[in-house]
Design a binder for this molecule. Structure first.
Ligand code: SF4
Length: 736
């Protein structure tokens, strides 16, 4: 194929010799792009392309998806179970039977000595939904520990908590199609073009057709903020002050939707009493947005026919994360912007299957958004699984971020980490390092043997990744889509489902194989479908083949709809329309007052800069994958810091020099990139790099969601005279 100046030096695209294209769903972010992987005559994955007929991405992929086929042959994969002896000497290869027998023995031994909850299981947002469901059945139904959670606490817990507090259940109410109907969009703490490029493209295309105003609220002049009609550079961690002030204006000027509030909500009087304290003049002094702008934005939002709010980590990763989500929901409910085309409150999820774990993993309860605290829910699942309901705990146990302190105090003695790497992803990694060293038994199950946490483990289990196995993901807009198996996993590694089923066999044998564990992903999906009947997350009308045929189906999609021949995704586009009411017993949503208490670590004389962390378009999370895909890594191989040119000059720091960043926890060496994207008292460091941003973060926890505040902490900067030595230190952080 020839492009460009075809008569002189044309660009030649190599023929990859693709023999067959196999269907999957992208395994990076939660946008949920449908992707096809091209395999050659020998069955080797050689190309990736977007699926034209898929509604989510309509043929497009971002820079991560385009090179996703290169993952299958990337460096650092594990291919053999390994374990250390009792003296924690070097890893030795072992067989699966030996390894899994030891996992069973160690879990039971720790539980017998220290109690059932002394062994912790930490999962992820990376697995397939059928795998999450099976792990939940194993953990809740057989192992019996209540110390069980996922790394989604680090990214989406505040959204989950905020949705539950406002609406009575988790579940994002809107969809991407809402961009095509909205009259105004507010993005709270979301840099959409870099974090979710294909959702951004959907939004941009809709905006270019209809010209709705875009308002971006972010302390940093992100790529998204540069494209906004109005950018509000808010003081970090003060979103609920702005939300309260907007409601103050809306109520004062009678702009609320009185009929909607009357018919669908509780708590108006209490909310009004609280927001009366946040007049725009007072609020401006706290949140840094001037009074006039607060009034303009409040009026634009309330007067729009349909107004939409989206958000990501700028809201969630805060000590006020859950409140920030409730604040967005308060605004949506008070203006009638829920459940109607273009009027919604839509969390943009992080990992490819963060939604799947929320729905089906049983981490925070029981499958299908059931709660441990509700006796009928325990009874229902106990009967379905053939487990005594009394075996289930009666309330949720420790969450992810509380498990590490429990290891420090000796309450937790053993840990099974599944596709999560706390030595890269947790705040204050120097403390995590010491915490992991205290464990009596740590098993790491991961596709990559070179993740940092394996250094502290007693056992490593090699797992298949993404399209080396088969099953479903749910994306940000509740769309269930399928990953078909494209190729085999390397060496002796096995799918996570196989590993869970093998572990389950060992625990199941203790009680006469009472619990059924289907081996095939398609059968597990049908079992989940049975359990979803009558629930908000109803997937009973779906099966793997139908999902692939439709290129994804949004839930709810019921068996009744399927039997009636309704073509998906009818009925599943939006929640809280007339057909799905709020999940509180009286079917009404809650308006919740949000007093602001400033409890962040803030800059002071000793540590005068805000540290903000976030993502880059070419990388995903800890670079476990993208750091090894050459075409992603070469765009951004070096840990760096954005610093305002005036601040850099005042400190004698030159653009491109290495600088030491110091917090009260530890320090890191990064390259200075001078830019006006950040204000004079703030720096930004991407969180992707090993031993870098998270050495500095404090990670104060949100009181409701227990999600860490990665984006609000104080640091100071030191120029480095020995730039050669600094370059070596910086290089350490480029490791995978
Ligand atoms: Fe994959 Fe997300 Fe990029 Fe789509 S936008 S190709 S889902 S990383």
């Amino acid at each position: 194929m020839l492009f460009g100046r075809y008569k002189k030096n044309p660009i030649k695209i190599a023929d990859k010799q693709v023999k067959d294209w196999k269907y999957a769903t992208c395994g990076y972010c939660s946008t949920g792009c449908a992707i096809e992987i091209g395999v050659n005559e020998a069955g080797k994955p050689v190309a990736s392309r977007g699926v034209g007929g898929a509604d989510v991405n309509r043929g497009k992929l971002c820079v991560k998806g385009i090179f996703e086929h290169e993952l299958f042959t990337s460096a650092g994969r594990g291919d053999q179970p390994k374990m250390r002896n009792e003296f924690h000497e070097d890893y030795q290869e072992t067989t699966w039977d030996t390894a899994l027998d030891r996992v069973h023995k160690e879990i039971r031994s720790i539980q017998e000595k220290h109690g059932p909850d002394s062994f912790a299981i930490l999962s992820t947002g990376q697995l397939l939904t059928e795998e999450f469901y099976t792990l939940g059945k194993l953990t809740r139904g057989l192992i019996g520990t209540n110390t069980y959670d996922g790394n989604t606490t680090l990214c989406m817990a505040s959204a989950v908590s905020g949705y539950k507090r406002s609406f009575g259940s988790d579940g994002p109410p809107g969809c991407y199609e809402d961009f095509e109907h909205t009259d105004l969009l507010i993005a709270w703490g979301s840099n959409l073009p870099e974090q979710h490029p294909i959702i951004y493209w959907r939004m941009k295309e809709a905006q270019e057709k209809r010209g709705f105003p875009l308002i971006v609220i972010d302390p940093r002049v992100t790529m998204y903020a540069q494209m906004a009609d109005i950018h509000l550079p808010i003081t970090p961690g003060t979103d609920i002050v702005l939300q309260n002030a907007m409601l103050n204006v809306i109520f004062a000027e009678g702009l609320e939707d009185k009929d909607y509030i009357e018919a669908n909500t509780n708590g108006l009087d209490e909310l009004k009493a609280e927001v009366a304290n946040y007049d725009p003049i007072t609020a401006a002094k706290i949140c840094g947005i001037d009074e006039g702008t607060i009034r303009v934005v409040a009026r634009l939002y309330a007067k729009a026919g349909a107004a939409m709010s989206i958000w990501t980590m700028g809201i969630n990763q805060s000590t006020h994360g859950s409140d920030g989500v409730v604040g967005i929901n308060n605004l949506s409910l008070c203006t009638g912007n829920i459940g109607k085309p273009g009027g919604t409150s839509l969390s943009i999820t992080g990992q490819c299957n963060a939604m799947g774990t929320r729905e089906w993993s049983s981490c925070s309860g029981l499958p299908g958004y059931r709660l441990l605290e509700v006796p009928e829910n325990r009874e229902e699942i106990g009967q379905f699984w053939n487990v005594d309901p009394e075996f289930f705990p009666k309330k949720r146990g420790l969450v992810h971020t509380d498990i590490y302190p429990a290891i420090e105090t000796g309450q937790v003695k053993g840990l099974w980490l599944i596709a999560t790497n706390p030595m890269s992803s947790m705040p204050n990694t120097e403390r995590i390092r010491k915490t992991l060293e205290k464990l009596d038994f740590l098993v790491v199950q991961d596709s990559y043997a070179d993740v940092e946490t394996t250094q502290y483990a007693h056992m490593y289990l090699p797992a298949a990744t993404w399209a080396e196995k088969e099953g479903c993901f749910t994306n940000t807009e509740r769309r269930v889509n399928i990953v078909r198996k494209v190729t085999d996993a390397p060496g002796n590694s096995q799918s996570d489902l196989w590993i869970f089923n093998e572990v389950a066999k060992r625990f199941n044998a203790e009680n006469g194989d009472a619990v059924n564990f289907p081996e095939k992903s398609a059968d597990i999906f049908l079992e989940m479908g049975e359990l979803s009947k009558g629930r908000l997350v109803n997937i009973s009308g779906m099966n793997h083949d139908l999902i692939e045929k439709q290129r994804g189906i949004q839930w709810p999609y019921t068996k009744e709809q399927a039997d009636a021949g309704e073509i998906p995704p009818q009925g599943g586009k939006r929640l809280y329309t007339e057909s799905t009411t709020f999940s509180y017993p009286d079917k009404r949503a809650k308006l919740i007052p949000l007093p602001f208490i400033n409890n962040n670590e803030v800059p002071d004389e000793e540590y005068p800069f805000w540290l903000n962390t976030g993502r880059l378009v070419e990388h995903f999370h800890g670079r476990t994958k993208t750091g090894k895909v050459a075409n992603n890594n070469k765009y951004s191989p070096t840990p760096f810091m954005e610093i305002n040119p005036d601040a850099a000059q005042a400190l004698g720091i030159q653009h491109g020099e290495y600088v030491r960043v110091i917090s009260r926890r530890s320090d890191a060496v990064v390259m200075a990139q001078c830019t006006d994207r950040v204000s004079k008292n703030a720096v930004f460091i991407p969180f992707h790099f090993h031993d870098c941003a998270n050495r500095l973060t404090l990670g104060l926890l949100d009181p409701y969601s227990r999600q860490p505040a990665y984006k609000q902490q104080a640091i100071r900067l030191e120029p480095i005279s020995d730039q050669k030595a600094a370059a070596l230190l910086n290089k350490e952080s480029r490791k995978f």
